[in-house]
Design a binder for this molecule. Structure first.
Ligand code: AMP
Length: 218
């Protein structure tokens, strides 16, 4: 099964993907995590990626597509994959379709998370993530039991550099320009599932993920 997480930064893609991975046994692959790991390790890819990510821009298609292509050849995603943060452009979506077709696969479900820009900014500015187990917290909405420490694995939490307010605005614009056309793209293919997430309606990534798990298990 191939699932794609779509939505602006801060809508909860990682949260949903993490729960689906745990409950459905399908591997979550985040291109953002792959870039961050390379940045931390100081690789050539990391240096290149950082020059785009720090400005709120997308890493070039050819670089990102090659990473996903290599990842799709690994055995742990044979059964299925949840792509968290890929594709982010039409060019990437078309390349993905080709890569999957070569393996006799296709995109089965695209989960499109929608929320207001206001809530996105609030969630990202206060977001803290665990670089070790990828758990996600929010200083206001979902604080860890001990300040700055992951409840799940005890690792120190980080505030991502690109979660600072100036960069968030650029990332949101990038999403509108380059990624949001994918909504129509996947709608036409009949695989789009749009979900509003908002604290106003008491529906966040966790609730969305639980509903999907239940539907697929029954
Ligand atoms: P994320 O963790 O998904 O928010 O990704 C962090 C940053 O990595 C994004 O803001 C982009 O700069 C870059 N990135 C992640 N995935 C992609 C992609 N599919 N295409 C281009 N850039 C990406």
């Amino acid at each position: 099964m191939v699932i794609i997480m779509l939505g602006a930064p801060g809508t909860g893609k990682g949260t949903v993907a993490g729960i689906l991975q745990e409950k459905m046994g399908i591997k979550q692959v985040s291109t953002g995590d792959i870039f961050r790991k390379n940045i931390k390790e100081g690789t050539e890819l990391g240096k290149l990626a950082d020059s785009y990510i720090s400005k709120g821009n997308l890493v070039p298609d050819e670089v990102t597509i090659q990473i996903v292509k290599d990842r799709l050849n690994e055995p742990d995603v044979e059964k299925g994959i949840i792509l968290d943060g890929f594709p982010r452009t039409i060019v990437q979506a078309e390349a993905l379709e080709k890569m999957l077709a070569e393996k006799g696969k296709k995109v089965d479900l695209v989960i499109n998370l929608v929320t207001s820009e206001e809530e996105i900014i609030e969630r990202l500015v206060y977001r803290r993530v665990c670089p070790n187990c990828k758990s996600i917290f929010n200083v206001i909405l979902h604080p860890p039991k001990q300040e700055g420490i992951c409840d799940n694995c005890g690792h120190e939490l980080i505030h991502r550099d690109d979660d600072k307010e100036e960069t968030i605005k650029d990332r949101f614009q990038t999403y509108l320009k380059q990624t949001s056309p994918l909504i129509e793209y996947y709608e036409k293919k009949g695989v789009l599932r749009t979900e509003e997430v908002s604290k106003k309606i008491n529906r966040m990534g966790k609730e969305v993920a639980e509903d999907i798990v239940q539907e697929y298990q029954s």
